[in-house]
Design a binder for this molecule. Structure first.
Ligand code: AMP
Length: 417
């Protein structure tokens, strides 16, 4: 299968060549033809599967082909809603890349910064808007966004938007767009609330379920370190110094925790920055840019701040705390080992977190290999949840496939983070 087989127009094909995309990923192979035919999509897939291109390419193509060369002022033909500013910016970067030679224009709208430039762009006329729901509602209420001629509505990471409390904004936005439209709905997990929302906004959708695991996850070496809670920071400094880590994304449960760990890493002479909800948008963008440019070695992040962050060549992911939800583990480690590169995911497990590791092992249908060769290992591993028994479990990250199977898990615990 090639992109040419999918009848993609020349300007976009050229862009994909520039991006070095050789062949469509499974979600792209399934979504692109269906979206080009005007079908609604109900997609269960997460970041790392090529999901953005799966909707961006056909959106660009549909709008381009519907365009009237002599038409007057541009109107918004496509709206993409995303949960976080980071994801909105990343989606917009992809639209810039794929749509470079199409002549189509887009704006990215998110909160935490002045609305001045966003409004200026909207006033100049755009074909596509990528937005977080809160700021979009704001600008709609001020009369800067007219969605009456919208043709394609996309909800990306719908589960996260619900978790973040955007449901009312989303409903209000949907009420303002034409009932006759094409709707693309993507979510990493499918809890009941998501299914219910999707039923109210989709018409006879094509259902696409891409396995929850990043296709390149087999390239990820996973390591589990059992360590007393009070020793985690020492272990972290130890691994950062000992392993040749070129870039590490470290996940923490709390914003305060992220700041504290960042200070400790910096004290040991390693360049680090933190991103989380209490940091200004400009700071977060700068920290991300520094990390991508390898000016900093370590980026410490909370899950929400990091969702959707797309960093090429990330060598290590470190779970400083084990996430409450097993799916989050899969999301986190999927940040490394992308596009065929290899990656290493380390997880630090304290005594009280062993139940969470059990949940993860169950989800991935495997056991994360345990590392005992480190100075902070627990002395009573034998009695501690199956560690230290000399067993070297498989290091294969087996997908059970079908994200639907995970839909029954409730998503309330996420809200606590
Ligand atoms: P996404 O799931 O949209 O976040 O995409 C994950 C990563 O895969 C991004 O870095 C994309 O640029 C990259 N990507 C998307 N589609 C392809 C493709 N067909 N071939 C190679 N890389 C791709």
């Amino acid at each position: 299968m090639t992109f040419e087989n999918l009848n993609i127009i020349q300007p976009i094909l050229e862009a994909l060549k520039r991006e070095n995309y050789v062949e469509p990923t499974p979600i792209q192979a399934q979504s692109i033809p269906a979206i080009m035919q005007g079908r609604d999509i109900f997609g269960c897939a997460q970041t790392g599967t090529g999901k953005t291109a799966a909707f961006a390419i056909p959106i660009l193509q549909n709008i381009k082909q519907a365009q009237n060369p002599g038409q007057g002022k541009r109107s918004i033909s496509a709206l993409i809603l995303a949960p976080t500013r980071e994801l909105a910016i990343q989606i917009s970067e992809k639209f810039s890349a794929y749509g470079k030679s199409t002549g189509l224009r887009h704006a990215v709208i998110y909160g935490g910064v002045s609305q001045f430039h966003q409004v200026k762009k909207l006033k100049a006329g755009v074909d596509i808007v990528i937005a977080t729901p809160g700021r979009l509602m704001d600008l709609m209420n001020q009369g800067y966004v007219d969605l009456r001629r919208l043709k394609i509505l996309t909800l990306d990471e719908a589960d996260r938007m619900l978790d973040m409390g955007f449901i009312n904004d989303i409903k209000k936005i949907i009420a303002k767009v034409p009932a006759k439209r094409q709707t693309l709905f993507f979510s990493a997990t499918m809890p009941a609330a998501i299914k219910k929302l999707s039923e109210t906004i989709l018409t006879d959708p094509v259902r696409i379920s891409i396995s929850p695991v990043n296709p390149s996850a087999e390239n990820i070496t996973q390591e589990l370190y059992y360590v007393e809670k009070g020793n985690k920071k020492n272990l972290l400094i130890h691994v950062l110094e000992k392993k040749s880590i070129s870039s590490a994304l470290i996940f923490t449960r709390t914003k305060r925790g992220a700041d504290k760990i960042t200070r400790q890493i910096k004290m040991s002479g390693i360049r680090a920055e933190a991103i989380h909800g209490n940091k200004s948008q400009n700071y977060r963008q700068k920290a991300l840019a520094n990390f991508k440019a390898k000016k900093t070695t370590v980026l410490v992040a909370t899950d929400i701040a990091s969702r959707g962050i797309d960093i090429d060549e990330l060598s290590h992911v470190i779970n400083y705390e084990i996430p409450n939800e097993a799916e989050t583990y899969v999301h986190r480690i999927g940040r490394t080992g992308r596009a065929g590169a290899s990656g290493i995911a380390l997880s630090f497990c304290a005594r009280e977190e062993q139940g969470l590791v059990r949940d993860i092992n169950r989800l991935i249908n495997s056991s994360i290999p345990i590392v005992t060769d480190h100075p902070f290992r627990m002395t009573d591993l034998q009695t501690f949840g199956g560690g230290g028994n000399g067993r070297r479990p498989r290091n294969r990250f087996n997908s059970r496939g079908g994200g639907q199977a995970r839909g029954g898990r409730n998503n309330h615990s996420r809200r606590r983070r």
